[in-house]
Design a protein around this ligand. Structure first.
Ligand code: NAI
Ligand code: MG
Length: 350
């Protein structure tokens, strides 16, 4: 049943994060209006400012409060004034791990009127419309590693990729269910099982076994390096891609690039069991090079709001936001708009 009230935690974060999140909230307010769900927002100050002021990244008390919400809207975390890794490992990844966001959902859709760097009429005459289901809680991102003799010529560093049958199976099952619900019913496993044989064969066998439960879904396999070729030369072949945390991180930047740019790429960090709040955020980061200048494109965040509404069962409002974005993109063309201009234009269509 769709939610009637939504307790939304909002983490603007760093750089352009708060700028794009403000536009996302503007659109959320416009689409819910009088008839939609009541939205209660609570803002959380996480990221560089908090770390500089207190040394804290993600205090347990904040994590506990976040758990009490229906969903989380995040801008971006990361700032050049903070050593690399501190905020990523201290805020972003703990959120995804603690809240069991094992489905990192990243659609790549080329909307009419949006310019792709590819010659789309040649390489994808039927358009680009696929979704990457990236595993979000395992792989090389779990922090299972260390270094010895750090900073010496004899330094040793390990970063172990963790893949559990349980973790692989739950994300693969989710990806099959998504493929089964889409018109083309096609799923591609992307890995590198010719070289990463231990993890790769676990993924391969799991896809075979879970796939038997989804006889309507056609499956394919590609090594990740070949997948990067086809993302550039034949992206129309993809419908649902399922892949591990690291490969998914990398190929979704390519996916964003071919589908109109990082300013349009939305994502959801989803806990399908709904035992914790799912978190929706643009794929891009805090873009320190353009922060504070009103240049950031908030469209990715607004499309993330559409995904958030869909996740909460507000299918109608979700579709209205997506249609407003599509209409705005078709009208926008190559025009360079400010952050608030884009937010206002989309909100005014609602
Ligand atoms: P980035 O995505 O922040 O920026 C890459 C390039 O894309 C920059 O030139 C930027 O100006 C441009 N860009 C990004 N978003 C845009 C938007 N909405 N509109 C227009 N242009 C946009 O990636 P970068 O530079 O590698 O990382 C910057 C910081 O963000 C780092 O601290 C990184 O760790 C963090 N980061 C955080 C993420 C998150 O919070 N989930 C994801 C990716 C990076
Ligand atoms: Mg990334």
């Amino acid at each position: 049943t769709p939610a009637d009230t939504v307790n939304l935690a909002v983490i603007g974060g760093d750089g352009i994060g708060p700028e794009v999140v403000a536009e996302g909230l503007k659109v959320l307010e416009a689409v819910t209006g009088d008839s939609g769900p009541k939205i209660h927002t609570t803002e959380y100050d996480l990221g560089a400012r908090r770390w500089h002021a207190t040394g804290e990244t993600l205090p347990d008390s904040v994590l506990d409060e976040l758990r009490g919400h229906d969903a989380i809207l995040l801008g971006a975390i990361g700032d050049p004034t903070v050593p690399s890794g501190v905020l990523e490992r201290g805020v972003l990844l703990p959120l995804r791990f603690a809240l069991q966001h094992y489905v990192n959902l990243r659609p790549a859709k080329l909307y009419p009127g949006v310019q792709s760097p590819l010659a789309v009429e040649r390489v994808a005459p039927d358009g680009i419309d696929f979704v990457v289901v990236r595993e979000g809680t395992e792989g090389p991102y779990v922090g299972n590693g260390g270094s010895l003799r750090t900073g010496t010529p004899q330094e040793i560093a390990t970063e172990v990729s963790v893949n559990t049958r349980f973790g692989v199976e739950r994300v693969v099952r989710d990806a099959f269910a998504r493929a089964a619900a889409r018109p083309r019913k096609h799923l591609t496993l992307v890995h590198k099982h010719n070289v990463l044989t231990h993890a790769g064969h676990l993924w391969r066998r799991t896809v075979e076994e879970v796939g038997a439960e989804f006889p309507d879904v056609e499956t394919a396999y590609q090594h990740v390096d070949a997948a990067t070729i086809f993302l550039a030369t034949d992206p129309g072949r993809f419908d649902v891609i399922v892949t591990d945390n690291l490969f998914g991180d990398i190929i979704t930047d390519i996916a964003a690039a071919i589908a109109g740019g990082i300013g349009l790429a939305a994502s959801g960090n989803i806990n399908p069991e709904r035992t914790t709040p799912s978190m929706f955020e643009p794929v891009h980061g805090s873009a320190p090079d353009i922060a504070g200048q009103g240049k950031a494109d908030p469209t990715a965040t607004i499309l993330s709001v559409s995904m958030l509404l869909e996740h909460l069962g507000r299918t109608e409002e979700s579709a209205r936001v997506e249609r407003a974005v599509a209409a705005d993109l078709a009208e926008r063309g190559d025009r360079v708009c400010s952050t608030t201009e884009v937010g206002d234009a989309i909100a005014s269509r609602l």
